[in-house]
Design a protein around this ligand. Structure first.
Ligand code: SAM
Length: 271
């Protein structure tokens, strides 16, 4: 089972986009870590709207992306209309890649493996299509597990999420991960002999009010809510809205929080 992002393709960039200076930092970091040359060929399963790919494509690198959502890739195609580029986009599933062994120099997955039930197949396919000295960059991305004291912990937001889980539990729903946890992936890579280093490529602040967060939940902008049956979602979101209106002094309450782009780099994995 996979989770297509068709339904959020038109709002993905507005809700998940990186600020321009962060995008620049991430791009520079990727190029530095991979010691990219003009011959480096990048590959990204789950490329989406090109949040990570676009700046690399604009700098002239050869880049191949695959995604199960044509709608997401259409957004990227539109950004490159009239611009010369070396981007190849293919509609397909990351668990069965239509490429020969040892094709790419660098593979990246950003916010993908938590969505794919058979994520191990994605990893084995990436390993197959990477060249022997190829590099795999992995960004997990789900930031919902922050605990008090963590860099990105935010008390009102944490409370909000806890309340949502309780409301769903009252309806007999427990949100499940679709795919891997970050620890699953790092363990798998290590077991397969990869040398893995984790770094923070960028840190920034996300400005948000509780009302804006609620609006995102009401509009099912996050993939975790797509598993909730529609009738239960309708009832549950009404309860959450009423709770927010009573619980918080104002929906303008500031719940701005820190974010970081954490990136794991796996080497010596595909030899
Ligand atoms: C959260 S988005 C991330 C997009 C991009 N990597 C980024 O960081 O902005 C996840 C993307 O993976 C795609 N996807 C999910 N499962 C997939 C699969 N099995 N094969 C290929 N793409 C998949 C979704 O359609 C979506 O475009």
């Amino acid at each position: 089972m996979s989770v297509s992002f068709d339904r959020v393709s038109t709002i993905y960039d507005a809700t998940r986009g990186l600020p321009p200076e962060v995008s620049e930092q991430v791009t520079d970091c990727i190029l530095r870590l991979t010691a990219a040359t003009p011959k480096t060929h990048f590959f990204e399963p789950g490329i989406g709207t090109g949040r990570i790919a676009l700046p690399l494509v604009q700098r002239g690198y050869a880049y191949t992306g695959i995604d199960i959502s044509d709608e997401m890739m259409d957004v990227l195609r539109r950004k490159l209309e009239g611009v010369p580029h070396q981007l190849t986009l293919i509609k397909g599933d990351a668990t069965a890649l239509p490429f020969d062994d040892r094709t790419f120099d660098v593979a990246l997955t950003v916010h993908l493996l938590h969505l794919v039930a058979n994520w191990q197949n994605v990893l084995s396919e990436i390993r197959r299509v990477l060249k022997p000295e190829g590099i795999f960059l992995y960004v997990h991305g789900r930031g919902n597990d922050a605990k008090p004291g963590d860099f990105d912990f935010n008390q009102p937001q944490h409370e909000f999420k806890q309340r949502w889980d309780e409301i769903l539990a009252d309806h007999g729903v427990q949100l499940k991960d679709y795919g891997a946890t970050e620890a699953d992936v790092l363990e798998d890579l290590a077991q397969q002999g990869a040398t893995v280093e984790t770094i923070v490529a960028a840190e920034w602040r996300i400005e948000q009010t509780i009302g804006e967060l609620l609006h995102r939940y009401q509009n099912r902008m996050y993939s975790s809510s797509w598993q909730i049956p529609n009738d239960i979602f309708a009832a549950a979101i009404q309860t959450l809205t009423a709770w927010c209106e009573q619980h918080y002094p104002s929906l303008d309450l500031d719940v701005s929080h820190n974010a970081r782009f954490k990136l794991a780099i796996a080497r010596q994995w595909s030899r």
